[in-house]
Write a protein that binds this ligand. Structure first.
Ligand code: SIN
Ligand code: CO
Length: 396
């Protein structure tokens, strides 16, 4: 069954960039069905120029790929960055795409796009990937495991999708990209600057540049349940005494010594269920730590010379600001008193207002730092010394 066009297309209003309230979007579309939003970003001015993207793709630290397609032979080539300027000079006139991941970590204006998505938990957001394509450029028809908001930045891109969840999902075996061997679109649109296409996981899609174009993909992350179980089991196991052993007091004599009988199986299942049944506070502690470690592409580098509290206070009094390391994942959760702040896998007790403020990631100005108590300043100093916060001079 297809989805009717009236359910899949809308136009943004001055009040709602999604064309509806976030609550309505979450209820009817999020993780369920695609939505094309015309003019989601009215008079969109691209936070990045194609040359800046190419510059980024030449840096060692950026994760970049060049994907080219030869329409005559239907051959695909994929190259991973970093690239040299000559790589770009050698490219054909059409049918190629340059993609750079995590551009939000390098560019504050691109990171600014994420502010529009704060109706979603920030720990669900992965990155903003930016792609530049010449005419005909595409990464081929494929399926992603994550929700994505595809914002058209410059130029036009034709998006084709197939809303049929049962559409074939076989991959071509001749390309290192996971391209669908069969793709028949059920919907197709030409997106211009400021238009946005939301896709839930599992929807086959294909975006083809019509002329040169720049696309911003706000990608979500969703840990595989297998990853959650592995991590959680490790967390529980680390806290378990070695004396906790499989036990079977009062068993009946074995009928056949080699058999794992039903009673034993019941006991095994019960042991595992009981061990993994943790209380809410333990679950919060594990998940906060897990999700702020999950898919963190760069680890913070601790300060080579840790600051002492007196020096820290002196620098703040002199007007220094605190800026967040863009790679540091942050989250907070309620605690019996105040909150627990999770920073790159570590948990810290923290007043709730400060935890919220920190997870908002905005620069901490010296004026507001002056109002904090000693415990809060100690926490910030710990984060500075661990490389999660950088001290900088005030702009004023
Ligand atoms: C692109 O920007 O070219 C591809 C984005 C996607 O399909 O996920
Ligand atoms: Co995709």
């Amino acid at each position: 069954m297809g989805i009717s066009d009236s359910m899949i297309e809308t136009t943004a209003t001055s009040k709602h960039f999604l064309g509806m309230s976030p609550a309505a979007f979450l209820r009817d579309y999020w993780q369920q069905r695609p939505l094309l939003i015309r003019n989601a970003f009215a008079e969109f001015s691209s936070p990045l120029a194609p040359d800046d993207l190419a510059g980024l793709a030449c840096e060692d630290f950026a994760l970049s790929r060049l994907i080219a397609h030869n329409p005559a032979s239907d051959r695909w080539t994929v190259r991973n960055g970093p690239f040299a300027e000559t790589d770009f000079a050698d490219l054909p006139e059409s049918h190629w795409t340059l993609l750079v991941q995590d551009v939000d970590k390098w560019d504050a204006d691109v990171a600014g796009l994420l502010g529009h998505f704060d109706f979603l938990p920030s720990w669900r957001v992965d990155d903003v990937m930016v792609s530049y394509a010449e005419d005909g450029g595409s990464v081929g028809a494929h399926v992603d495991h994550y929700d994505v908001f595809l914002i058209q930045g410059l130029g036009r891109r034709r998006w084709q999708i197939n809303t049929d969840a049962n559409a074939p999902k076989r991959f071509r075996d001749d390309v290192e990209l996971k391209l669908l061997s069969e793709f028949t679109p059920s919907h197709e649109w030409l997106l211009g600057p400021g238009d946005m296409l939301y896709l839930p996981p599992g929807i086959a899609h294909h975006g083809i540049a019509e002329g040169a174009c720049l696309t911003f993909s706000v990608g979500m992350r969703a840990p595989a349940v297998a990853e959650m179980i592995t991590d959680f089991a490790g967390f529980v196991a680390e806290r378990m005494a070695d004396e906790m052993r499989y036990s079977d007091a009062r068993i009946l004599p074995a009928k056949a010594a080699g058999e794992i009988d039903d009673k034993a199986l019941e006991k095994i299942g019960q042991t595992l269920r009981d061990s993994l049944a943790v209380d809410a506070s333990t679950l919060r502690g594990w998940f906060g730590s897990f999700i702020t470690r999950y898919r963190a592409a760069h680890e913070a580098v601790p300060r080579s010379k840790p600051l002492n509290p007196a020096e820290f206070i002196r620098r703040l009094a002199a007007g220094a600001q605190l800026q967040f390391n863009p790679w540091t994942r942050l989250a907070w959760s309620k605690a019996a008193r105040g909150a627990t702040l999770f920073v790159a896998g570590e948990a810290y007790p923290c007043p709730r207002s400060l935890a919220e403020r920190i997870c908002g990631r905005a620069t901490l100005e010296s004026s507001e730092l002056a109002t904090l108590d000693t415990a809060s300043l100690d926490l910030l100093l710990t984060l500075v010394n661990a490389g999660h916060l950088a001290l900088s001079r005030s702009r004023s």
